[in-house]
Design a protein around this ligand. Structure first.
Ligand code: MLT
Length: 326
């Protein structure tokens, strides 16, 4: 019996080592609020491409566009529970889970892209990612972005805050955003992203705010006449994974997932800025009237909101973000 037993042990060992080399095969479902040509779609598709290349085809993604798996808050919750694999979400709904994420709802914290990237790529970005792990059970793979947000409406051009009086404005599901738009004089109502187009189309809402690339991607120019360049908030759109799913991968595959996300990050940010520049002209061509509002007047009107919410967000974090330079 001995020779054949040894042979069997050898064959079993060979089989086990081949299986280990082959590693896990997995298609990761990725939820995103926008479409394939958007700043989010470009980032997710690049992530998928790098993931497939680095894992030699074992790890792939299946994107689910236009929040087909659920609205952003549900998706973030789903990742935490482990029922949704991965996704992009604006940070807007995340402040409901982690106070510090409301930093990104506070108006006029970041001046430009370089300022936001330097902050997010510093130890502060790591600290916020750790809070997402500890309090949401979600792993942030890369600080992708939506971009700087601007107000649009169907009523009138906005030169100064007083022009917002009486306008029904949709905010993300964020208490800071509601307070901000109330301070500016609008009637603010929080609403999930998945309902916004219909609300604008039916006139339930007059106004919303989003980056130019988003406004173009979802055809808001069909239901909004005025684009007002308020640039009031820099909006990250982190690429995230369920922490339980991430931890279920081998260390080698975890490193591959993180590397794929980091390789996709500069591509996503560059595409986002490129789309932002391109779509300003295209939105005008689609008939939107573009206005440059009096930004100092906007900043002065929202200062009480910043002062009030800085306590909850963390004064040190807010100061660090406002004053951050490399
Ligand atoms: C929103 O306004 O809810 C978001 O900006 C949607 C998105 O993340 O694209």
């Amino acid at each position: 019996y001995l020779p054949s037993l040894r042979l069997m042990v050898c064959i079993t060992a060979l089989g086990t080592s081949l299986a280990a080399n082959a590693g896990t095969e997995k298609t990761i479902d990725v939820s995103l609020p926008l479409g394939p040509d958007s700043q989010q779609g470009i980032g997710v598709l690049k992530f998928g491409e790098e993931l497939e290349r680095l894992s030699e085809g074992r790890l792939t993604i299946e994107p689910h566009y236009d929040n087909a798996l659920g609205a952003e808050r549900e998706v973030v919750e789903g990742m935490g529970f482990g029922t949704i694999d991965a996704g992009i979400s604006s940070t807007g709904p995340m402040g409901g889970f982690v106070d510090e994420f409301m930093l990104f709802d506070l108006p006029y914290v970041f001046n430009d892209h370089a300022h936001a990237y330097a902050f997010l790529d510093s130890e502060y970005g790591e600290q916020l990612a750790q809070l997402a792990e500890d309090q949401m059970n979600v792993k942030i793979l890369a600080w992708m972005e939506n971009g700087f947000r601007h107000e649009t409406n169907s009523v009138r051009p906005i030169h100064e805050p007083a022009d917002l009086k009486g306008i029904n404005h949709r905010t993300q599901e964020s208490r800071v955003q509601v307070d901000t738009w109330e301070a500016l004089g609008a009637n603010a109502t929080p609403m999930a992203w998945t309902e916004v187009y219909t609300a604008l189309q039916q006139g339930v809402m007059d106004s919303q705010e989003n980056p130019l690339a988003t406004i173009y991607d979802v055809n808001f120019f069909e239901v909004q006449n005025y684009l007002n360049l308020t640039k009031h908030v820099y909006s990250p759109a982190p690429l995230m994974m369920s922490l339980d799913l991430f931890n279920s991968f081998s260390e080698e595959d975890q490193a591959i997932i993180l590397e794929a996300a980091q390789l996709a990050l500069p591509v996503q940010r560059e595409a986002s800025q490129e789309l932002e520049n391109r779509y300003l002209t295209q939105l005008e061509e689609k008939g939107m009237t573009v206005t440059e509002p009096d930004l100092p007047a906007f900043k002065a009107a929202v200062q009480p909101v910043i002062d009030e919410w800085s306590e909850t967000v963390g004064k040190d974090l807010v100061d660090a973000a406002v004053n951050f330079n490399d």
